[in-house]
Write a protein that binds this ligand. Structure first.
Ligand code: SR1
Ligand code: MG
Length: 388
């Protein structure tokens, strides 16, 4: 909660109190609620009348994944509400509608994306829905360029970005993505079979230096309002529509962090399917990554201001930087606190094989020359020693 707000009336919602909070956003009549959240951070309810429904997402004052030993700001709910409004401004129709923000309860009343499925779940079950990577690419280009100095007057941009200090959420990313996986942290966990690879990452000076540089870049490069957690679990898909959810990690940051997150989670999916022997879908996921980047780049080219004579250089540099951030995201999803179901759902020995290949890909993408094209990116991610 922001320091100027009074948190004394805050109470974790229950299935009965959430009905009172949401009632006026539903058709009249009896309403009922069920808890539907399975994330790491919040309570999420579906509140339904006989004819319609909304979702209520309430921030808890601690990290759900870790329990009340890890206190966490409620202000992330305000950040999420304001980020959603901003994303709607730059990319109308790409996020769920925000119907109401209750600052006392740190709760958002949102359009219910009933009938949509989390993109990661579709990928895990080997399903491809047309147009999803393209929508995510367009969303990223519109919001990231829209809140960058390329498209927003600088005075307005600095004022806007100052609304998103999001200190504690950035500290989570700083720790879980750029720090803990490379030290002996109690939050880390990995498959026994890859212990040697994990310890060798931690003692590799070139890797530690590359990660330290990325962490510095993440902390200092307030380039745009980034989503901050743009993985395939933050994308909801129906036939014909795709929405991007959960911008509670939104903060001023490097565009490459968001782009790298999408690349990483698609590479994780591809490597997991390959380890499971599902070559056909692995290849399909590779195509999704290519189409995400191509849609992103096409929108960047279209939105790019004529006064700036470095558009193609921006895209080449961005792909290279995104590959570095993708590596950090891939490694932490294998070694760190928050894993992904793409890999964790695999039976052994496929899980260890996938984990090991992800670490090799991460290492290869972190070191050496930055890839300048998708071909070079794939070469670095899959043509690694011991792979295959
Ligand atoms: C402690 S929160 C763990 C992870 O879940 C979120 O989705 C973010 O990715 C965060 O790093
Ligand atoms: Mg989330």
């Amino acid at each position: 909660m922001n320091p100027t707000q009074d948190s004394s009336s805050y109470r974790p919602l229950s299935t009965s109190t959430v009905c009172m909070l949401a009632r006026s956003y539903l058709a009249s009549g009896a309403v009922r609620a069920e808890e539907i959240g399975d994330g790491n951070l919040n309570m999420v309810f579906r509140v339904s009348s006989d004819v319609d429904s909304v979702v209520v997402k309430q921030a808890l004052p601690y990290l759900r994944l870790a329990g009340d030993s890890w206190p966490l700001t409620l202000d992330r709910a305000r950040v999420e509400a304001e980020a959603l409004e901003l994303e709607q401004r730059f990319a109308p129709g790409y996020t769920p509608s925000l119907l109401h923000f209750d600052s006392a309860q740190a709760a958002l009343v949102l359009e219910d994306l009933r009938g949509y499925t989390v993109w990661r779940e579709l990928l895990v079950s080997g399903k491809e829905v047309d147009g999803v990577p393209e929508r995510v690419g367009s969303f990223a280009a519109k919001v990231l360029l829209g809140s960058s100095p390329l498209l927003m007057p600088e005075a307005e941009r600095r004022t806007l970005l100052s609304r998103f200090p999001n200190t504690e959420m950035c500290a989570i990313t700083d720790d879980l993505v750029f720090t803990a996986p490379y030290v002996d942290s109690p939050t880390n966990r990995w498959e026994d079979d890859i212990t040697d690879a994990v310890l060798s990452l931690r003692s590799d000076k070139a890797i530690l230096s590359a990660i330290a540089k990325l962490r510095y870049d993440f902390r200092t490069r307030a380039e745009a309002l980034i989503h901050g957690d743009l993985h395939t679990g933050s994308v909801m898909v129906s036939s014909g529509d795709t929405r991007i959810i959960d911008p509670e990690f939104a903060c001023p940051g490097p565009i490459a962090f968001d782009v790298g997150n999408v690349l990483a989670n698609l590479m994780l999916s591809r490597l997991a399917h390959e380890a499971a022997g599902d070559e056909w879908f692995a290849k399909a996921v590779g195509g999704m990554l290519d189409r995400f980047w191509e849609a992103f780049a096409a929108d960047v080219r279209q939105l790019w201001p004529a006064r700036e004579p470095w558009r193609e250089e921006f895209l080449v540099d961005l792909l290279g930087d995104s590959a570095r951030y993708a590596a950090a995201e891939m490694i932490r999803r294998i070694v760190g606190m928050a894993h992904v179901s793409d890999v964790d759902r695999l039976p052994e020995p496929c899980r260890s094989v996938a984990s090991s290949h992800v670490l090799q890909a991460g290492r290869s993408l972190l070191l050496g020359r930055r890839p300048r094209s998708l071909e070079e990116l794939w070469e670095r991610a899959v043509s690694v020693p011991g792979y295959g």
